[in-house]
Design a protein around this ligand. Structure first.
Ligand SMILES: Cc1ncc(COP(=O)(O)O)c(C=O)c1O
Length: 401
């Protein structure tokens, strides 16, 4: 037995990994699997962004850079925050990490002391609780009711705050349910936080550009005058610019917090890949960036509506309509306790495993997001695949009894 650190016992092995490993094995064996698992756009990175990285390589931008990245990128991000989000961050209030995930992890590490509580609305993105635990924090889940579109209420938030609460984490639009708070709903939450000056906010805004049906996005820190001083705003290029593999994420916030995160990063990764930095700046400042996002957003909007309509028409399945991001999160609870092809369905994991095994559709069980009777389907795939996959799910459901 290799002698690992005790902290490794804190991190759970993802139960969704078993399902994706099985999907990959089936694909390798030549089975035509419809994949709704991927949390990434199916579009390629826009060409002008790739060209900017190629030009940087050709110029020789292959050496170390400052930890928070080159001034040009920090300036482009500061301008984006001011222009798009009304967040008055200056370049020194910004740092860049290797994707949204790395930014969140560094921030938890920089902020949490052992035993500090983090309020996490469910359903939530799978990495939040694991990162909080690794940083010594304690997760306090508040469950968003499906009948309230998975959104928590100000009363729930107020009731969850204790003297140990350090962070309130909000992710809107959300992974995995695609739900989103209106500015008024967020303001009501912001007013609760404003009454508790010791609570800081992590606002994960990485899906801000993928918003549908005229819904309005607002950055959390703008919703109450006291919040700018105690909010960290997270964003990244992964989802909006179809740049998941580039690993570019960023944080805006009070300078003291950003300085601490930079200190940490200077001893961890130093900085993100140097030739990605000018390309990331170009993505934000070239007008073609906003145009590309809008083209992709329109596609996601059509696909999301179609997937939601088809899922909602399935017998005994309910589904909250996604307002943002690119996920549907249907409730398959009516099928739990029944059998599918001789297999007992006990929760979303066994449902997903049987669906994959028997009808060759890969979905993500909601267990790791706090809901063991829901599954997540990504609509970052073509209309044809959406129809083919949901036809297969309909066949699968017929066999459950
Ligand atoms: C809500 C949320 N936050 C953060 C991330 C991490 O993004 P990145 O790929 O930039 O690390 C994801 C990725 O799926 C996500 O869904």
């Amino acid at each position: 037995m290799f002698p690992l650190a005790d902290r490794m016992k804190l991190v759970s092995e993802s139960i969704t990994l078993a399902v994706s490993a099985k999907a990959n094995a089936l694909k390798k064996a030549g089975v035509d699997v419809v994949g709704f698992g991927a949390g990434e756009p199916d579009f390629d990175t826009p060409a002008f962004i790739k060209d900017a990285a190629k030009a940087a390589l050709d110029r020789g931008q292959t050496k170390y850079t400052p930890t928070p990245s080159i001034p040009e990128l920090k300036a482009a991000i500061a301008e984006k925050f001011n222009r798009d989000n009304h967040l008055p961050y200056k370049p020194e209030q910004i740092t860049i990490g290797a994707g949204g995930k790395h930014c969140l992890y560094m921030a938890f590490m920089a902020v949490l002391n052992a035993g500090d509580e983090v309020i996490l609305p469910a359903p939530y993105w799978v990495s939040y609780p694991e990162q909080v635990k690794l940083a010594g924090g304690v997760v306090k889940v508040i469950k968003g009711e499906e009948k309230n579109g998975f959104k928590i209420t100000p009363q729930q938030l107020e009731a969850a705050i204790t003297p140990k609460t350090k962070i309130f984490l909000i992710n809107s639009p959300s992974n995995p349910a695609g739900h989103m708070y209106s500015p008024a709903e967020q303001r009501a939450l912001a007013e609760v936080i404003a009454r508790h000056p010791n609570v800081i906010v992590f606002s994960d805004e990485i899906y801000e550009k993928l918003v549908y049906d005229g819904n309005q996005f607002a950055s959390f820190a703008t919703l109450h005058p006291s919040l700018i001083e105690r909010t960290l705003t997270f964003n990244c290029h992964s989802k909006s610019f179809a740049m998941t593999g580039w690993r570019v994420g960023y944080i805006g916030g009070p300078k003291a917090a950003i300085d601490a995160i930079n200190k940490l990063q200077s001893q961890m990764t130093s900085h993100i890949t140097s030739f990605c930095q000018p390309a990331a700046a170009t993505a934000l400042s070239d007008p073609r960036g906003a145009e590309s996002i809008e083209q992709m957003r329109k596609q996601f909007e059509k696909r999301g509506k179609h997937m939601w309509e088809r899922l909602s028409a399935l017998p005994k399945v309910t589904c909250v309509r996604p307002q943002g991001a690119f996920y549907c999160f249907p409730n398959i609870g009516a099928y739990i306790g029944k059998r599918a092809g001789g297999v007992e369905i006990t929760d979303a994991v066994s449902f997903s495993a049987a669906l994959l095994e028997q009808n060759h559709v890969a979905v993500v069980p909601g267990n790791d997001s706090g809901f063991d009777d829901h599954v997540r389907l990504s609509f970052a795939t073509s209309m044809e695949q959406i129809d083919k996959g949901i036809d297969r799910i309909a066949e699968f459901l017929k066999t459950i009894g």
